[in-house]
Ligand binder design. Structure first.
Ligand SMILES: Cc1ncc(COP(=O)(O)O)c(C=O)c1O
Length: 390
């Protein structure tokens, strides 16, 4: 019997694979602490749930592929806010999809062809290279170092451009998943300087964690720092992380009209739109009280610090303090194979994601979007296992 065709060889997310294994073991009654998923353990804000309930009494019809107008409007108002981005987008420069993930995929699908390249700094969110490959293109991975705060530097970018044959996109993600690093205005200005020398190349500015930050400095995004490049930048964001609305599947893209139109066209031919109910809930999230965002960030920060206390006390662990998002990326000095070690850890009762999935062999990714006492217990198990294996 012939094997079924696997178009473009799509790969399962390594994050979801580890999460699934952990869930299976728990279903079998095993005591496993799951630190795999980048999924807040909170619920959507109460006023969002109220709005969603109210919306159920109306007819939930198809919406336009680029989203309902009130949501596009709410996104534009939010992008315009001084402390958010201070950027003005016209209505046809905004599109809504089934999460930021689908916006990114649709953007790549609309613009990439075989032989094209996308410059992706490591550590990277595991889905970027997978999506790029599914669109027939090649991820050009650029390594960054701890000393550089795991950020893409202008020098790295320039070197990558000189290596590339057909570069189409550069990926910027801040706060980064899994690094948690932010870019300063100065760093982005230097990156912009390089980008000006390569006019045909687009920039994916994945700002999905922009409102989960632990510094008081204003958020810096390339489109605001280098307005002359705005026609080449796609900003993506969504409700999943900041409002703990992962399952509602609402994300958006803001960028130049032709690209936004192309993204909406791809969307119109695959799932038409994201759920109308979810879009109405997202309007409530964006326009209602933002008090919970601050409160939850304070909780994430406390968890981050508690986890760092446990991990930092172990000599075999080298770990940085993230400026945003909710991940830790410890390097385990004593291991050779992070994938094998993640499986050993799983057997010991703590589920993590091997750093190789993010272009960071020798590391593990731990999500601290989980209850503090569980998180601390998970970190303690990790430390015990490392000590036992030295
Ligand atoms: C860096 C990054 N971008 C995009 C996404 C996708 O988010 P969404 O739930 O909006 O699809 C994630 C989710 O983990 C992420 O970590």
């Amino acid at each position: 019997m012939s094997t079924p065709p696997t178009a473009n060889n799509p790969q399962q997310s390594p994050i979801l694979i580890m999460a699934k294994r952990a869930a299976l073991m728990r279903a079998q009654g095993r005591d496993v602490i799951d630190l795999t998923l980048g999924e807040p353990d909170f619920n959507a804000p109460p006023h969002v749930l109220v709005a969603a309930h109210a919306a159920l009494s109306g007819r939930l019809t198809y919406s336009p592929s680029n989203g309902i107008e009130p949501l596009r409007h709410a996104i534009r108002m939010r992008m315009r806010m001084k402390d958010i981005r201070n950027l003005d987008y016209a209505d046809d420069q905004v599109t809504v999809g089934c999460g930021a993930k689908q916006i990114i995929y649709n953007a790549f699908q609309a613009t990439l062809k075989s032989g094209d390249e996308v410059i992706v700094p490591a550590p990277y969110w595991a889905s970027y290279p997978a999506m790029i490959k599914m669109c027939g293109a090649r991820p050009l991975i650029v390594s960054t170092t701890k000393e550089e705060g795991f950020r893409l530097t202008a020098e790295h970018l320039d070197a990558a451009f000189r290596l590339a044959k057909s570069p189409k996109w550069v990926v910027l993600n801040a706060p980064g998943n899994p690094s948690g690093s932010l870019y300063s205005r100065k760093q982005l200005l230097a990156i912009a300087e390089v980008l000006r020398r390569y006019p045909g190349v687009m920039v994916l500015s994945d700002d999905i964690y922009s409102e989960i930050r632990y510094t008081n400095d204003p958020y810096q995004t390339l489109a605001a720092v280098a307005p002359d490049l705005r026609d080449r930048i796609l900003i993506v964001d969504g409700v999943s992380k900041v409002y703990a609305m992962t399952g509602w599947r609402v994300g958006w893209g803001c960028g130049p009209t032709p690209l936004i139109t192309a993204i909406s066209s791809v969307q119109s031919q695959n799932c038409t739109q994201t759920s109308t109910l979810s879009q109405l809930a997202a309007v409530a999230a964006l326009t209602g009280s933002q008090a919970l965002v601050k409160e939850r960030n304070a909780i994430y920060r406390q968890r981050r610090d508690s986890a760092l206390n446990v991990l930092g006390a172990c000599e075999a662990i080298d770990v940085e303090c993230p400026e945003g998002a909710f991940y830790l990326l410890p390097r385990i000095r004593t291991i050779k194979d992070d994938q094998a070690f993640a499986l050993i850890l799983l057997e010991a009762g703590v589920a993590t994601v091997p750093g190789s999935a993010f272009g960071m062999p020798g590391h593990l990714r731990l999500s601290f979007a989980t209850d503090e006492s569980i998180l601390i217990a998970g970190c303690e198990r990790l430390v015990q296992k490392i000590k036992a294996s030295i």
